[in-house]
Design a protein around this ligand. Structure first.
Ligand code: TYD
Length: 225
């Protein structure tokens, strides 16, 4: 009997350090025999990657930005996420709709009701049950104070349109994530991203062990390199 797919998303402000842990988790799931699809948003398909380039580099108003992001999301859902879930894969996605509520909604101050409407349009009519709006089974939220995140980013690569925003923007984005987590506590797992890397890994894997999705042995052996 094939196992049901799992849709897991990873969120947090830029600099929270989520990306390095996603590969470690993919490895842990593969070690225990599960097929894993790793992807990211905006992006994950040829069309969505083109839209990502536009969103991260070209100036545009918040509605245009939101429309492009949800267009990319629908293409990603149709062509990558839904087929992977139908095969029974574990789908690990670096950012998803919570990022839109945090960045475009809280960060840019765009209308949350419009975002909710776009969410419904873009994420419905795809899953086996067409009336269902596809949402993550679990969202791992790497919570980090904006000033710590900014410090970590200052030594990193050339910033994109979002990474170059001022501190107040990231303070709003962080509050946006906190609001989303408070509104759906059963879907969110909060990770204290200020901890040392191996502690973050421990806390992260314990979330999956508790849900019965990872065996303790597999969880403790792995970890980001
Ligand atoms: P990110 O996923 O952090 O990739 P990288 O590590 O390569 O920078 O970058 C994507 C950026 O896009 C990030 O700054 C957040 C932003 N973003 C939004 O503004 N809205 C969204 O819905 C998503 C998915 C991302």
């Amino acid at each position: 009997m094939s196992r049901p797919g799992l849709f897991i998303t990873f969120e947090g402000i830029d600099g929270a350090g989520k990306s390095s842990h996603i590969e470690g988790l993919a490895e842990a799931f593969r070690t225990q025999g599960r097929a894993v699809t790793v992807s990211r948003e905006p992006g994950g398909t040829p069309l969505a990657e083109k839209l990502r380039e536009l969103v991260l580099n070209d100036a545009m108003d918040a509605l245009t930005e939101s429309l492009l992001i949800f267009a990319a999301r629908r293409d990603h859902l149709r062509n990558v996420i839904e087929p992977a879930l139908a095969r029974g894969d574990v789908v690990l996605c670096d950012r998803f709709t919570d990022a839109t509520f945090a960045y475009q909604g809280a960060g840019r101050g765009f209308d949350l009701e419009v975002l909710s409407n776009l969410e419904r349009m873009a994420q419905t009519g795809l899953a086996p049950d067409a009336s269902l709006m596809r949402e993550p089974d679990l969202t791992v939220w790497f919570d980090l104070a904006p000033d710590v995140a900014a410090q970590r980013l200052s030594t990193a690569r050339v910033p994109d349109r979002f990474e170059s925003q001022p501190a107040e923007f990231f303070a709003r984005v962080a509050r946006g994530y906190a609001d989303r987590a408070a509104a759906a506590p059963q879907r969110f797992a909060r990770i204290d991203a200020a901890q040392e890397r191996h502690k973050v890994w421990q806390q992260l894997t314990s979330v999956f062990v508790r849900r019965g999705w990872l065996a303790i042995m597999v969880a403790t052996q792995g970890g980001p390199r």
